[in-house]
Design a protein around this ligand. Sequence first.
Ligand SMILES: *Cc1c(COP(=O)(O)O)cnc(C)c1O
Length: 404
Amino acid sequence: MPVPPDVRIDTLLQHTGQAPLDPATGSGPVAMPSMRTSTVRFADMDALDRAQAAKARGERVPTYGRVGLQTHESLETLLCRLEGGSRAFLAPSGMAAISMALMALVGQGDDVLAADCVYGPVRFLHKTVLSRMGVGMDFVRPTVAALQAALRPETRVLYLESPGSLLMEMLDLPELARWAHDRGLVVVADNTWGSGYVYQPLALGADVSVVAVTKYVGGHSDLMLGAAVARDETLNRRLGDTHYALGSTVSADDAWLALRGARTLGLRMRQSAEHALEVCRWLAARPEVSRLFHPAWPDDPGHMLWRRDALGSNGMLSVAVDLDRAGARRLIDALRLFGIGYSWGGYESLITQVESGALDTHGYWDEHADARMRAGSVLRLHIGLEDPRDLIADLDQAFVHALA
Ligand SMILES: *Cc1c(COP(=O)(O)O)cnc(C)c1O
């Protein structure tokens, strides 16, 4: 039975991509099994011809294992419902989804305008691969004025991430997308932060949403996966062809894990968001804290945009502490419950130090840094599902240790 079209997102997350019933027995499993396969077999040559014809029309019809069978399709359907897209293309990591999307949209001589706050490895993608293919990339402050000044005749794509990766600044996505569309650009947005549950770039004007499923959708720190989701037929075709040509495939077991994680996406994100606000309240009262970066926090400069455009928040926050680099390192080392590590969106709390080099090219930091904020003083925290009172007690003892 298809899911009724008007149900709300928490219902969609439970009912989208269900396992099919066996017509012979009239029964089937509740949870979609992992359908591992390297290839597809057909009842007869006519069935194969029909599949090939549908595939040539751009439909999602597997004729070979690389595309994936029902497990992949279920996850793709669910990601489409979350993001408001009509096709989702899976990739073995979030970074692979970003590479695939950009390779689908640009070629030699083209240029990409990118926000200076995007996930750091995107700069590495340009430096190592895209530049070699003759694709230019300019990283600029994501304001209309700065983008207009950097626009070139060769610019084809506007690449954004809202909120930003390190300081979680909200972008005015609708305004930036309008500006880009008036100039014929395709807008790609990294939506790992929102994961379709609390932020929906396609509804706000983006053409392609890329998501590291690795983070909140997977949610259990045990899987790498990414997706690019789009709505427009021409874009879907370009993404589909590139996806197929690059051989970007994911294992059915990983698609299954992502699907399993997605069923509890809402619960986990809401809980992490609530805990993150509790930690913010505690941090804001500390004399050593000079600045909090978290769009759901009322003092964050992006708070009004967050209220306008987002449907909720998550466990990500950055904090500038009044410590030098060594003091910040002592604080991190003294923590007992926060793992030291990159990534986020899992069940557990993690912390990293934002190296000042990563902020050097970041206009938002220049706008908001004051004399109390020193290099190496920014910590990025992912607040997980632990009891926030325990996390706060852990931070409390670590501050005591760092200041001793
Ligand atoms: C982690 C992350 C990615 C990359 O995802 P991987 O699955 O680790 O490759 C992309 N964008 C953002 C914002 C991320 O946080």
